[in-house]
Design a protein around this ligand. Sequence first.
Ligand code: SF4
Length: 237
Amino acid sequence: MKYPPTAAQARVTEIFSSLQGEGTHLGEKHLFIRFEECHIHCGYCDELDKGGRVMTQDEVLAEVDRLETIEGPHGFISFTGGEPLLYLEFIKPLAAALREKGFRIYLETNGILWPALKEMIAVVDLVAMDMKPASVTGEPNFDRDHRKFLEIAKSKETFIKIIVCKTLVEKEYLDEIEIVREIAPETPVVLVPLSAEIEGHEDPELMRLLRHLQTAGARRIRDVRIVPRFHKILKIK
Ligand code: SF4
C-alpha cells in the first residue's frame, strides 16, 4: 500500500451523510466513511483518483458525532472505499468504538480479503460484498476468495452485489451464483447495471441481459434482484 495504515491513523477520503444508493438497504440514511486505497483496479472504478487525508481514530469519531448531531439519525455507519478491509488495524477498533455508541456497522467490500474479514466479523452488522466477474472488471477471477469470504460473512446479514455490463460472460456469473447456492442460498444477490444509460432506463440490450441473468439466477437461488445505483440516478454523493 502507498500509505500503510496503523491502529492509530488511516487515510480517509471523505466522511459524509447520504442515502444508501445500492443493495438491499437502498434509500436508507447512512453515514459513510470512505477509505482511500484499493488493492485491485476494476476498469470501471470511479473512486481510485480521489485523494485522502490522514485521520486519527479520535478525529473520525469526532466527525461522526458531529454529522450524527446535525444530520442524524443514521441507520448504519458504512465503511466504504476503496477497500476498507485494507485498513483492518484501524477499522476494527473503530467499528468496536462506534458499536459501543450504539451505531450499526455496514461493511462495503470487494469480497476478496477474507482473512481480514475473519478478524473483524464480530464487530460488523452487515456485509455488502461484491462478486467480481473478470469479464466485467478486467481483473483476475476471485471466485476462490469470494467463496471463503462468503463462508465467513454469512454469520451476519449479507448481500452480494454483481456489476453487470454487456461484456459479462454468463458462465462466470453462473459460477458465482453456484457459490452462493452452495454456501448461503438465502443470500440476496443484487445485479447492478454498469451504464449511465440504464440508470436512465435507456439501454434495452442491457436491460434484456439483466432480466435474463435474473431469471437464470432465480432458478438456482431464491433472491436475485436488479437494483440500479440510486445515488447516480439522483445525482447525489
Ligand atoms: S474493488 Fe471497488 S474500489 Fe476497488 S477498484 Fe474495484 S470498484 Fe474500485
